[in-house]
Design a protein around this ligand. Structure first.
Ligand code: NAD
Length: 434
């Protein structure tokens, strides 16, 4: 006969690591319970409004045709048009798109923006395709999405493995397929465009800069300085690079980095811009950077440091590595990098987590500025963009930090409570049609 302890042990051993959808739902229910969210609104927010799956053919360079699957999930638009990125990655599926779309709803709401939440992408490994193939894939995906996206309806942005070039292709394809009189007025169908094509100066750094600001605000609240603080970064793309750049400028020291190809470390510090320049001539990879040593991937998260910035994929900090993490602060540049089990362990160990929907919200705030700029036919200066971003990020951080202290809850739950309450208010005021 199995003893209870043995059975419990087996159960723990077999328990699968929770997926992103499990995490976002658990986080939502926990906050909904805390604010005693009305059961009807709980029902509405528990599910996505629309899920679009498209299969579309694209001609490859060798003349063969490949059929791709693209997703766009629209979670909720009570506060405004759906907003959220498009990701090109092998892990993109309907479950990931649902979770990421939900996170966008909370993020836009928390930032006080007139947006709902959406997310999507294509399940592919872009490194296997030429630039020409990626352009045709993007344009055909845009065509397949048709009127499911639009500047006042659903506004995509860059995410993993998509960038300003991808957004320029989407905008051009969308505008080219509108009736003639509407063509040029629709460039705000996407944000994160190049600055010569309706993009916002500073949108490239907005997310990483926002991550840095959150860390700075946290340090100030705790009477600490960033000077000589050691930090590690997972993902050295748009978010990871810019967050590192601003932290280094403010005296902190990058001591370990991980990307899709491997991990490196140097306890004396890794120069951020030298590493960035190296990736530009090394197929985007950090591996082999001469001023650092190789590090086992498994040892990355448990490296000696003060601050850890996961800025790559979801579900990276779990019950497996959370007990051994050395950082005192986790600043979530990525969406959903810490799962619920990992988070419980970190909180029990007294480690603070600045949650994704707050920490990386500089991106969607920058996107909002770009959308406003396009809608009003304006051109904003970089200094104006950065100071507006500073102000908005500070408001969000203070709101969340103060609420967490007042209610004695962690920062994630506080952020969720604020975000959900704002959506609840819109439903209560408007009622449900018919
Ligand atoms: P990116 O494509 O510019 O960079 C991604 C980085 O992650 C690359 O360095 C890549 O090598 C690395 N990576 C990929 N798989 C990895 C793995 N298995 N292990 C370690 N590293 C891996 O993407 P990005 O725009 O910087 O986005 C990163 C994260 O930030 C994503 O979770 C995204 O949803 C989130 N985010 C991005 C923005 C934005 O404005 N770009 C805004 C909010 C949130």
């Amino acid at each position: 006969m199995t003893t209870i302890t043995a059975e419990l042990h087996n159960r723990t051993k077999k328990k699968p690591i929770k997926g992103m959808m499990d995490n976002v739902m658990e986080q939502f229910y926990s906050a909904a319970d805390h604010i005693e969210l009305h059961p009807n609104i709980r029902k509405i927010l528990s599910i996505t409004n629309n899920e679009i799956i498209v299969h579309f053919p694209v001609k490859m360079d060798n003349g063969d045709v490949e059929v791709f699957t693209g997703y766009r999930v629209q979670h909720n638009n009570a506060l405004g048009p759906y907003k959220g990125g498009l990701r090109y990655h092998p892990t993109v599926d309907i479950d990931a798109a649902r979770a990421l779309a939900m996170w966008m709803t909370w993020k836009s709401s928390l930032a006080g923006l007139p947006y709902g939440g959406g997310k999507g992408g294509i399940q592919l490994d872009p490194s296997k395709y030429s630039a020409g193939e990626l352009e045709r894939i993007t344009r055909r995906f845009t065509f397949a999405l048709g009127d499911n996206i639009g500047p006042e309806h659903d506004i995509p942005a860059p995410d993993i493995n998509t960038n300003s070039q991808t957004m320029a292709w989407i905008a051009d394809t969308y505008m080219s397929t509108r009736p003639p009189a509407e063509r040029t007025a629709n460039q705000h169908v996407v944000t994160g465009k190049p600055d010569g094509s309706g993009g916002l100066e500073g949108r490239d750094r907005a997310t990483g800069y926002g991550v840095f600001l959150n860390i700075k605000f946290w340090a100030a609240r705790n009477n600490e300085s960033l000077s000589n603080k050691k930090f590690i970064v997972q993902g050295f793309g748009n978010v990871g690079y810019w967050a590192s750049h601003f932290l280094e400028k403010n005296g902190a020291k990058l001591v370990a980095v991980q990307d899709a190809f491997g991990s490196i470390r140097n306890t004396n510090g890794i120069n951020v811009d030298d590493l960035f320049n190296y990736t530009q001539v090394n197929n985007g990879s950090i591996v082999g950077f001469p001023e650092a040593f190789d590090l086992d991937n498994e040892k990355f998260f448990t490296s000696e440091c003060d601050i850890c910035i996961p800025a790559a994929l979801g579900n990276q900090i779990t019950r497996t590595n959370a007990p051994k993490i050395k950082a005192r602060l986790i600043a979530e540049g990525a969406n959903g990098p810490t799962n619920v089990e990992g988070e419980k362990i970190l909180i029990d160990r007294g480690i603070t987590i600045i949650p994704d929907i707050l920490c990386n919200s500089g991106g969607v705030i920058g996107s909002y500025f770009e959308w406003l700029q396009n809608r009003n036919g304006e051109l904003w200066q970089l200094s104006e963009v950065m100071s507006k971003l500073d102000k908005k990020m500070k408001e969000s951080f203070d709101k969340v930090y103060d609420f967490s202290e007042k209610e004695r809850i962690d920062l994630r739950k506080a952020a969720y409570c604020i975000a959900i309450k704002r959506i609840e208010k819109a439903y209560v005021q408007r009622g449900i049609f018919p």
